[in-house]
Design a protein around this ligand. Structure first.
Ligand SMILES: Nc1ncnc2c1ncn2[C@@H]1O[C@H](COP(=O)(O)OP(=O)(O)OP(=O)(O)O)[C@@H](O)[C@H]1O
Length: 236
């Protein structure tokens, strides 16, 4: 039986091991994420970034090791417990904008608020505000199929932030965006997280995007490695 994590860590992991059908993805990862912190997880393709976010965000059960959210163990939860935790406490945006195709942009963004019990009017007002922040207010009444990938991803970011969950996981969230839009969307994500006191865990293979973060952990081959030389030289 191990000790509980430190009080000021919103997420805490120790010795996470995770394989996908026998392919090792994480080989013993330990880290803590402080409340309100923006943590970047960098590393080359296949280094385990998505798997780490999956384990921390209760999408994937770990094979070995521990994951804690505040003082509650996540690694001992079953599927239903993990789903409840994700629905109630975490926001997630992935590299593909998975929106509900039958719903308009505004309905998609309002959905997590409605699921959390917000009133219809308040949920729609908040959804409209988040669409404005993400520069896609003009898409409010359109359905995903009528929108370009770039716009859909902005809506997915708005949806992840709308219910202001304590922790937002962003796995390569700028992947579908044009180069000049990447920085803008990341800036919005970072400033929204900061102004609302959210904790943000961002996976990216682009070290340039990691500079928005307070701290970076670098994964190589499923393990945390020393910081990349470029980031150290740049003083990050
Ligand atoms: N569903 C899966 N089935 C089999 N192997 C997988 C699966 N998902 C990931 N892997 C393997 O696990 C390892 C880590 O993958 P992961 O996607 O976590 O890395 P990543 O750093 O996020 O990569 P990328 O930058 O390409 O998204 C890789 O070897 C990958 O091929």
């Amino acid at each position: 039986m191990s000790a509980a994590p430190p009080d000021n860590d919103v997420l805490w992991a120790r010795g996470i091991v995770k394989s996908h059908h026998g392919t090792p993805a994480l080989r013993g990862v330990s880290l803590g994420v402080r409340e309100g912190e923006m943590l970047a997880v960098t590393g080359p393709r296949g280094s385990g970034k998505s798997t780490l976010l999956g384990c921390l965000s209760a999408q994937l059960p770990v094979d070995e090791g521990e994951v804690w959210f505040h003082s509650a163990p996540v690694h001992t939860l079953g599927r239903a417990g993990r789903e409840k935790l994700r629905r109630e406490r975490f926001g997630y945006v992935g590299p593909e904008p998975h929106l509900v195709p039958e719903l308009t942009a505004r309905e998609n963004v309002a959905l997590p608020l409605l699921l959390a019990g917000a009133g219809h009017r308040a949920a729609y007002r908040a959804a409209g505000e988040w669409l404005e922040r993400l520069d896609v207010a003009d898409c409010a009444k359109l359905r995903p199929a009528d929108l370009q990938q770039d716009r859909r991803q902005r809506i997915a970011v708005a949806r992840a932030l709308a219910a202001e969950p304590p922790v937002v996981f962003a796995d390569d969230p700028t992947a579908p965006l044009h180069r000049d839009a990447r920085e803008q969307v990341l800036r919005i994500l970072a400033s929204a997280a900061r102004s609302h006191g959210l904790t943000l865990v961002l996976a990216t293979h682009d070290p340039a995007l990691a500079r928005f973060a307070d701290r970076t952990v670098h994964l190589v081959d499923g393990r945390i490695a020393p910081e990349p030389a470029a980031a150290v030289a740049a003083g990050h």
